[in-house]
Design a protein around this ligand. Structure first.
Ligand code: HEC
Ligand SMILES: [Cu+2]
Length: 355
């Protein structure tokens, strides 16, 4: 049985592809008529009508499949677009933002545990201060306790940031021999700067599972930072390592002392007082002409303490390059300490004799 045998009933012989060329298929070497296809594409003469119809139908099917495929891809792109960027009508959160949000929450929740474990004993469980300065103060959180600064404090410790060789604030970053890695430092920063508008879940540090209170509810905490806080425009920027009240306006002008009141001079320079001994009369208000000759950004004050450490008078700090006259209430005879509250170091501590 050959191809040409034509023994199929009622049909012309079916030609296998490629069609064998007939001599008349050979294109003659004359100029080809424009816009005509070669003869073999025009002639489906070699096919049965059924076969030709099937081919047409099949190619129609293939086009359908291609079209559906395209529709699916187009729909996917559209849906993914809105998934990624948020839908305008349903108001869903864009995926990236949601992811960011989730990460921030996780970071704050881990930071909380790190804070309670490492920092609360000095800065208080809620950042209210204690051995260390207050941290949850809005005036501080507004600008002073920024990411960069906290990062710096935790990396080099209070010793460098506060210029206090005896600083109790340890180095935390493992790059400087501390116990915390950079992710933990970032988590701590996220926690300290967490907004008070958001509620976070307490999670167990080991299992990362929510901590339940006695009634079986998940325990939560809130951030410290009030996002709407605006500092008093007259407030001075909070100095580093500031321990006292913050956000207070610039020191009020000194109350005038009597004309015969004792006013002694004291200079601060290089994070040190120029005098270690001051003497004032007992039972009389007195003043200290205080000259901070350190560069701006290095605030000092002159606080008066009893020998047992009780603070008697705690005037506002003045910035580097500023002079002021502090006035103090009358003291009973005895020995007191005058000290810079920002730098309670030997170089900024002296003895005040009242007699
Ligand atoms: C042993 C006590 C102690 C511990 C623990 C401690 N701190 Fe401190 N921290 C201090 C003291 C004290 C200061 C003030 C620095 C100074 O006077 O030298 C300070 C200062 C700071 C400051 C600067 C505050 C400011 O207003 O400029 C930040 C921020 C801070 N600590 C964060 C932390 C964090 C976060 C932790 C936990 C990882 C921590 N501290 C653990 C004692 C401590
Ligand atoms: Cu000082």
């Amino acid at each position: 049985m050959t191809d040409e045998s034509g023994d199929r009933p009622g049909g012309r012989p079916e030609r296998p592809l490629p069609a064998r060329r007939q001599p008349d298929d050979i294109v003659p070497a004359r100029p080809v008529e424009r816009f005509t296809a070669p003869r073999q594409t025009r002639a489906i003469g070699g096919l049965t009508t059924e076969r030709a119809a099937k081919i047409v139908r099949q190619s129609g099917d293939a086009r359908w499949v291609a079209f559906l495929g395209l529709v699916i891809v187009a729909l996917f792109v559209l849906v993914y677009y809105f998934y990624e960027l948020g839908t305008p009508i349903l108001n869903t959160t864009p995926r990236m933002e949601a992811q960011d949000q989730l990460q921030q929450v996780t970071s704050v929740e881990r930071g909380y545990n790190l804070y309670e474990a490492n920092c609360a004993r000095c800065h208080g469980p809620n950042g209210e201060g204690g051995i260390g300065p207050v941290l949850n103060d809005q005036a501080k959180l507004f600008q002073h306790l920024n990411e960069q600064y906290i990062h710096n404090v935790l990396t080099v410790g209070g010793r460098y940031v506060c210029g206090n060789p005896k600083s109790l604030m340890p180095v935390w970053a493992d790059t400087n021999g501390g116990p915390l890695n950079y992710i933990q430092i970032d988590d701590l920063i996220a926690f300290i700067r967490a907004p008070s508008t958001q509620e976070y879940e307490k999670r167990s540090a080991e299992l990362n599972e929510p901590v339940l209170d006695a009634s079986g509810k998940i325990e939560t905490f809130k951030g410290w930072r009030d996002v709407d806080f605006k500092p008093d425009p007259s407030a001075t920027p909070v100095p580093d390592c500031h321990t006292g009240d913050v956000g207070a306006a610039t020191p009020a002008p000194a109350a005038s002392l009597g004309p015969d009141a004792t006013v002694v001079d004291l200079v601060a320079q290089g994070v040190a007082f120029d005098k270690k001994e001051l003497t004032v009369p007992a039972g009389q208000a007195f003043g200290i002409n205080f000259d901070n000759q350190d560069p701006p950004g290095l605030p000092h004050n002159v606080e008066i303490r009893k020998e047992d450490g009780t603070v008697i008078d705690d005037p506002a700090t003045i910035d580097g390059g500023v002079k002021t006259t502090y006035t103090y209430d009358a003291l009973t005879a005895g020995t007191y300490t005058f000290i810079c509250k920002v730098h309670p170091i030997p170089a900024m501590t002296g003895t005040l004799t009242v007699k």
